[in-house]
Design a protein around this ligand. Sequence first.
Ligand code: HEC
Length: 337
Amino acid sequence: MRTLRSLILLLFLSPAVVAQERVDFEAEVLPILEKRCLSCHRAPYEDSTGRTKNPKAGLRLDSRGWMLHGSDTGAVLVPGQPDKSLMYQLTVLPDDDADIMPAKGKPLTKAQTDLLQRWISEGADFGAWTGRPGPEVTEQEETPAPTSSPLPAKLAVWKALGEGVRPAGESALTKARRNAQIRLVLPDGPLLRVEYLSFEADTDDDVVAELTGFADRIAVLRLARAQVSDAVAATIVRMKNLTHLDLRETEFGDAGLNKIRGLSELRSVNLFETNVSDRGLRALEKMESLQDVYLFGSNVTDEGVARLREHLPNAKVRYELELPEGILETTPNRRRR
Ligand code: HEC
């Protein structure tokens, strides 16, 4: 009887035990780094022409010592604090973001970034692995003061914008989650990233309007290939803290763009294969926060693009076939009405 009871108990317990197992760096994390990071972040080496190749940003991920040492600008790994660790933060940026890591190829999968996050949360335990010889790192240095974390500009923007926002709208958020994938842009802030991956066909202006109840918390909105029209601008214009907007391959056009011209925090807008024309570009001319504008495949002309570049000298206005990283892989079955 007792055996039976313990057996039943064991059956109940074992999934919980499995779920709590700590991440094994060498078996789980290292293979990701080797496959996706080390080509650019390893010991200096000579290429076939005899030129020395140095690690990008001075950052080496091929050794425990170097990983804890960080890059030219500072720490990238703060054990216990994934939100302070650029090594994790840069992998969860929107995939059309210029700073996303890996810098080439597809973004890491959610399972991979979750693993990285969990490993750092658990204290970044390397086990017996040390990798290539690196600088000596004392226990003291392993946990640099959080304030010394060099968050890149965009993370700093999200942090600052998030400070003025109360994390409200929970009931609206629960409802919107039925159709959308909604995640925090920073683990310790209220701002959100919303996307509709694989629900694009059912995502119309009304579905997006479900975001209204917490519009000021949305920093990244991805509507690529959704069934939205200019009318969706009525919802988007409420998103005062929107920094990244992806409307590629939708029926969005000039009227919509005109309506959202007041979004003062917008950094990146993707209008690849939309109905936008030179007239719509006029609305963008005064949006000085813009850093990246994607226009390939829309109805704009060379003249319209040249004009926009004149008005926004600091923005990258991409019109030639200069696609954001990963766009070709992400649009295999493009449907244009
Ligand atoms: C194709 C080359 C390439 C690959 C692959 C790559 N990176 Fe990078 N990485 C770069 C470059 C270039 C920079 C410098 C970017 C800059 O200064 O704007 C950089 C910068 C970084 C930084 C910021 C360092 C700092 O303090 O400024 C981190 C952290 C980083 N990479 C982590 C990773 C991780 C983690 C992976 C794998 C998941 C990865 N990188 C894969 C090229 C790459």
